[in-house]
Ligand binder design. Structure first.
Ligand code: ZN
Length: 375
């Protein structure tokens, strides 16, 4: 089944011209609703707005099919990062780029264009298929908020694919779990020249703890980072507050917990070892579970279907792991086995982002082949 390249290209350029930075996806959702309905899908908008703060809910589209087949899900996100307003797509030598002052928005609108093309091909060629569900999330780029707020009972499928990675010839079946943490070291302010004895330097305490922390690549499965530190007011004031923000990721939930504990206990130890004045220094910490681990067994049907699909197209496809989380992690945590497919987008989140039309076409073929194999 050949994609209509002109239609695929037109859909993509139309999509990237509709501004949809995180929390402002309503215009795109509105456009998608009518397009999806015209393609024969039933479209619902959920009520996640109150939780995500977006001006629209997540969209769920359902294409009824052979009820003897298990429902299958495809997931993409509607939002884009900044600078992502007023995008003017350029097309030269088969490659889409921005005009240089914005992102392109192939992340993740190339995936949306691919799914719309697949739906159009199914419609015009009467391709047989089982029940298909399409999830269009909001606020993926600012913490997977749409997927986190999604009521999973709105979906029938318990297996599927997120189209949100780079390499078209790779299926991501492993992604880490992650935590984010914040620690406030509370010292005591004093004049640095006149009365330093009365002060407790929060910067010095924080530095002592941070210098002993396991950061960077902690082990083969685990990374940790302090990414933001704020504190102090002036050179002549002993600083009474330092705020530290960091994260830990691991493919092993147990290693995640241990590394997170070690980082915070180093801070606790430094505070405990410091002589107290009026109950100071003090430490306040908070840890947030960012997303759960994604580990899909090689034998799982979602992997088998992609492998069979790739083989039917005489393509080589490899299984891979990534160091980042996506909506697929959240869906996996909620009981939907969701692997991540590459769509060909490159240098995402930069003004140099680009994608080849050929890769989008290849991805359309692969998605159609998966739908065929899934039956
Ligand atoms: Zn993305």
């Amino acid at each position: 089944m050949n994609s209509n390249l002109q239609r695929l290209s037109d859909t993509f350029t139309t999509l990237v011209r509709i501004d949809s930075p995180s929390k402002e996806e309503a215009q795109l959702a509105h456009w998608l609703k009518s397009r999806l309905a015209a393609l024969g899908a039933e479209v619902y908008e959920d009520d996640s707005q109150a939780v995500t703060g977006s001006n629209t809910g997540n969209l769920i589209a359902r294409l009824p099919g052979d009820s003897a087949v298990t429902p299958l899900l495809f997931c993409v996100h509607m939002d884009t990062v900044e600078p992502g307003r007023g995008i003017q797509p350029q097309f030269n030598d088969g490659i889409f780029t921005s005009s240089g002052d914005t992102i392109l928005g192939a992340d993740d609108k190339a995936a949306i264009a691919i799914l719309l093309e697949v739906l159009a091909l199914i419609q015009e060629n009467g391709i047989p298929h089982g029940p298909l569900e399409f999830l269009f999330t909001v606020c993926e780029e600012i913490g997977l908020l749409g997927a986190k707020a999604l009521d999973i009972s709105l979906l029938q499928a318990r297996s599927g694919y997120a189209l949100d990675a780079t390499d078209v010839y790779k299926l991501i079946t492993q992604a880490p779990c992650a935590t984010r943490f914040k620690a406030s070291v509370i010292g005591k302010a004093a004049h640095a020249g006149a009365n330093p004895e009365a002060g407790i330097n929060a910067i010095q305490l924080a530095a002592k703890a941070i210098s002993a922390m396991p950061l960077g690549r902690v082990d083969a499965d685990t990374t940790a980072n302090i990414g933001l530190i704020q504190g102090g007011k002036a050179t002549n004031i002993i600083p009474d507050l330092v705020e530290i923000h960091g994260e830990v990721r691991s493919h092993d939930p147990e290693r995640l917990r241990k590394t997170q504990d070690e980082i915070l206990s180093l801070l606790h130890r430094v505070i405990e070892d410091c002589p107290k004045q009026d109950g100071l220094p003090r430490l306040e910490t908070s840890v947030q579970n960012d997303y759960p681990v994604l580990h899909i067994d090689k034998e799982h049907a979602v992997v088998a279907a992609v492998m069979a699909a790739a083989a039917s197209l005489s393509r080589e496809l490899v299984l891979g792991r990534t160091g980042g989380g996506s909506d697929a992690n959240i869906l996996c945590g909620k009981g939907i086995t969701c692997a991540v497919m590459g769509i060909g987008m490159e240098r995402v989140h930069t003004v140099n982002e680009f994608i080849r039309l050929k890769d989008m076409e290849n991805c359309c073929e692969l998605v159609l082949a998966i739908i065929r194999e899934w039956r």
